[in-house]
Unconditional design. Structure first.
Length: 326
C-alpha cells in the first residue's frame, strides 16, 4: 500500500513539474498567435489611437499581430470587465487608464471587476485634456465663459467621454474651482461627443488634445484651456486653465497596459520589456508626440506606485466635486 501511495505521489510530483515546465516553455515562446488589446472607449478615441500605435510597434518586436478591439461603455467598465474575465494567457490585454484602474472604484457601487486584480505591465503615455467649444458661443475665452456661466447658472453644458473619466472630473473640478454651474452630458467617446458639440447638443467638451486639437486647427472648434499644469508643445498658444486664474488645477488622462490577474510572470515581464523597447524607439515617440501624447514606460513597480498615488488624490477630487456614485 505504501509503495502504491509513494508511486502515486511520485507521479503527481512529476505531473506538477511537467506542468511547470510547460508553463515556462509557453511563456518563453509566447506569443504564438495574435494578441488582443481591448480599448474600453470608442474607436477613434485617444486610447484607441495610442493602442494602435503601440500595437504596431509590439507586432514588430514580438512577431505576432496586436489587434485592437474597442469595447466602450460604462466609463471603461465594460471593456475592463471583458479583460478581467479573459483567460490569463497573455493573449488579451487592456489599455487601462484613470477610469478603469482608479476612478471606477469610487464611482460605481456594483463594479463588475476588481481594479486591483490586474497584472500591471507598464505605463504607456499621458495626454492633456483641452476644453473645447464652438465659435458661435457668446464667449471666446475661459474667463468669458466663467462670467457667462455665473450670469446664466445651469445653462451651459459640457460633454465628457464617460462618467467618472478624467474628461468628466475635469469639468467637475472646474465647477468647484470656478464656482459655476455646468450640466454634465456623458458620451462613450470623442466619436459621439465631438459631433454633439459641433451639432449644438452641448456647449463644451473636455477632450484629449489628440482628438481635439485637429478640430481647433481647422477652426471648427475653439480651445478655452488645457487641463494639465503645463502648456503642450503641440499647442503652445493655448493657455492652461491653471494660469487663467485657477492655480493648482491639474488633471490629465494617462494610459497603461495591463493583463488579467494570474497571467504568468514571465509573459508580463516580456511585455514590459517589449513596451519599454518600443517606447524608446524615436519613431514611436515621434508619432505619439505628434498626437499630443507624452511617452512614459518604466518598471511595473513604478506603474504600481503611480496608481497608488492617484487613488487618494482621485477620491478626494470626487468628494470635493460632489459626484455621486452610480
Amino acid at each position: 500500500m505504501n509503495r502504491i501511495l509513494k508511486s502515486l505521489l511520485g507521479l503527481g510530483a512529476l505531473a506538477v513539474a511537467a506542468t511547470g515546465a510547460a508553463h515556462a516553455e509557453d511563456a518563453a515562446s509566447w506569443p504564438q498567435r495574435p494578441v488582443k488589446i481591448v480599448v474600453p472607449f470608442q474607436a477613434g478615441s485617444a486610447t484607441d489611437l495610442i493602442s494602435r500605435q503601440l500595437g504596431a510597434a509590439l507586432s514588430t518586436e514580438l512577431g505576432q499581430p496586436f489587434v485592437v478591439e474597442a469595447r466602450p461603455g460604462a466609463a471603461a467598465a465594460i471593456g475592463s470587465t471583458v479583460v478581467a474575465r479573459a483567460e490569463a494567457d497573455g493573449y488579451t490585454l487592456l489599455m487601462g487608464g484613470p477610469a478603469a484602474l482608479v476612478t471606477n472604484r469610487f464611482m460605481q457601487k456594483n463594479l463588475s471587476y476588481d481594479p486591483d486584480k490586474f497584472e500591471l505591465i507598464s505605463m504607456v503615455a499621458i495626454t492633456p485634456n483641452v476644453l473645447l467649444t464652438t465659435p458661435n458661443q457668446p464667449f471666446k475665452t475661459l474667463p468669458e465663459m466663467v462670467a457667462y456661466a455665473k450670469a446664466h447658472p445651469g445653462v451651459l453644458t459640457y460633454a465628457s467621454f464617460g462618467t467618472g473619466t478624467t474628461s468628466h472630473l475635469a469639468g467637475e473640478l472646474l465647477k468647484k474651482t470656478a464656482g459655476i454651474e455646468l450640466v454634465h452630458v456623458p458620451y462613450k467617446g470623442a466619436g459621439e461627443a465631438i459631433p454633439a458639440l459641433l451639432g449644438g447638443q452641448v456647449t463644451m467638451y473636455f477632450d484629449t488634445i489628440m482628438t481635439g486639437l485637429p478640430q481647433v486647427k481647422s477652426g471648427a472648434l475653439v480651445a478655452l484651456g488645457m487641463s494639465n499644469s503645463k502648456r503642450s508643445a503641440l499647442a503652445p498658444n493655448i493657455p492652461t486653465i491653471a494660469e487663467q486664474g485657477y492655480p493648482g488645477y491639474d488633471i490629465a488622462p494617462w494610459y497603461g497596459l495591463v493583463a488579467p490577474h494570474g497571467t504568468p510572470q514571465a509573459i508580463v515581464d516580456k511585455l514590459n520589456a517589449a513596451v519599454n523597447k518600443a517606447l524608446a524607439d524615436p519613431k514611436l515617440r515621434d508619432k505619439l508626440a505628434e498626437a499630443g501624447a507624452e511617452p512614459q514606460g518604466g518598471t511595473r513597480a513604478e506603474f504600481a506606485a503611480y496608481i497608488k498615488s492617484e487613488i487618494p488624490r482621485t477620491e478626494q477630487l470626487i468628494k470635493q466635486s460632489g459626484v455621486t456614485m452610480q
